[in-house]
Design a protein around this ligand. Structure first.
Ligand code: FAD
Ligand code: UDP
Length: 388
């Protein structure tokens, strides 16, 4: 039988695009990519809106990594705009750096008390160190404990309740650990050595990555209308598909949610265009004590787009994902129960032969973009080694 493809990749987000490129280029395989949206780039998609402002349609994406291989790999497909992301929290109208740092400390406590607290903190944890809010709250020093309670109340509690509908103690501790208290005056959101934005945007990066003679991309196609799974394995358009399958969608959907839906948080993005050069002071302002939204991002800061007299912002409002049409599952909710449910679905894919789950949805993990690239490269290393 003549099957025109060696490999089926489902999803043209970062996981799918890197896997497709590697299998096509390094593996010499003919790859079919099916994407259900009408565009490539997954959640990193960055079109211009009606006013000509470049936006991130599915939320602000800032690239950052400590992984040289990942940075070098993506640099094959883009040049970079040097952008160091800075975020402030709006605390009752006062804007203080997030992660909460020594500058935030001064803003919260005034110079004198801040100097005394800084001394204590540096003695306890060391200069330029990062301490998670949950660890800081375990301090037995009453003054440090009081500071930790201040940071908890003004930076973490309400934001986390809005984002997850759970308190910082209830969610996976790795989540708040992403934004530790930083005993430094470095007010950047990330300290990774390589960070920035693709000079011509993410979509252009993806276009280059997918531009390979062995890759065919079909947009607006839900793979479930073309691929079926049964005891014998995978079928594509009704015929047995003997090739490799890399699946980057939600794993419960593959099996019609037969054990129940995997829980996710979804986001509602409220885009607003304003007739001003800039709307706010920073690329992102977090609303940590007030407002129904968690944060507002102003895209011109991120993209560096030079467009006077107009700007677009997005407010993010988080909800429980219900699976309704038009909703996107954005954040897996990491918990022992949910990981156990995920494991039941994952087990069903093991009978499918050369079928691999890859990406934020398929692996049900809270991955940043660089982690996805690293995962995709590692999977392809493994698959291509097996082929040799
Ligand atoms: P996705 O980008 O979700 O791609 C999966 C693709 O598969 C989608 O295009 C989907 O339409 C498609 N698909 C699913 N099911 C099917 C199907 N049945 N048939 C066909 N196609 C299907 N990371 C950072 O490093 N920096 C950031 O600043 C950052 N900000 C973020 C902000 C938000 C609001 C969110 C939600 C995430 C952010 N991330 C950030 C994480 C980043 O989005 C992910 O790491 C990355 O997008 C994951 O890539 P992926 O390919 O796994 O998933
Ligand atoms: N967080 C918070 N206040 C902030 C920033 C972050 O409470 O001002 C917590 C919140 O629980 C959030 C988590 O830290 O979900 C991770 O934040 P990050 O900015 O990394 O989230 P993402 O950009 O992935 O949405």
């Amino acid at each position: 039988m003549n099957v025109p493809y060696d490999c089926l990749v489902i999803g043209a987000g970062l996981a799918g695009a890197v896997a497709a490129r590697e299998l096509a280029e390094r593996g010499g395989m003919r790859v079919l990519v099916l994407e259900r949206r009408n565009h490539i780039a997954g959640n990193a998609y960055d079109p211009a809106d009606e006013s000509g402002v470049i936006i991130h349609q599915y939320g602000p994406h800032i690239f950052h990594t400590r992984d040289r291989r990942v940075f070098d790999y993506l640099s094959r497909f883009t040049r970079w705009r040097n952008y160091q992301h800075r975020v402030v929290a709006n605390v009752h109208g006062v804007e203080m750096p997030v992660p909460f740092n020594l500058t935030s400390l001064e803003m919260a406590y005034g110079p004198e008390r801040a100097a005394a607290l800084e001394k204590k903190l540096l003695a306890a944890y060391g200069a330029e160190t990062k301490v998670t809010i949950l660890d800081l709250r375990r301090s037995e020093d009453p003054e440090i404990k009081a500071l930790a309670d201040y940071v908890y109340e003004h930076i973490f509690l309400h934001y986390t309740m809005k984002q997850w509908d759970q308190s910082p103690e209830e969610i996976d501790p790795n989540t708040t650990a992403r934004v530790p208290v930083f005993l430094s005056r470095d007010d950047r959101y990330f300290q990774d050595p390589w960070q920035g934005m693709p000079l011509e945007g993410y979509t252009a990066l993806f276009r280059k990555m997918l531009d390979h003679p062995n890759i065919t991309v079909e947009l607006g196609v839900d793979a479930r209308t073309r691929m079926t799974l049964d005891a014998a394995g995978v079928r594509l358009d009704g015929a047995p598909f003997p090739g490799l399958v890399v699946y980057t969608g939600a794993v419960d959907e593959l099996f019609d949610c037969r054990f129940g839906r995997l829980p996710y948080r979804t986001l509602e993005f409220q885009f607003e265009t304003h007739p001003v050069d800039f709307y706010q002071s920073h690329g992102t302002v977090n609303y940590t004590v007030s407002e129904p939204w968690t944060r507002i991002t102003e895209f011109k800061y991120l993209t560096g787009q030079d467009l006077p007299g107009v700007t677009t912002i997005a407010k993010e409002i988080s909800h429980a994902y219900t699976g309704a049409a038009g909703e996107t599952p954005y954040y897996p909710i990491i918990s022992p129960d949910n990981q156990a449910l995920y494991a039941r679905y994952e087990a069903l894919t093991r009978n499918l032969g050369r079928f691999y789950l890859l990406g934020r949805l398929a692996e049900y993990k809270y991955y940043n973009m660089d982690a996805i690239v690293a995962r995709a490269l590692a999977l392809c290393d493994d698959l291509l080694q097996r082929k040799e």
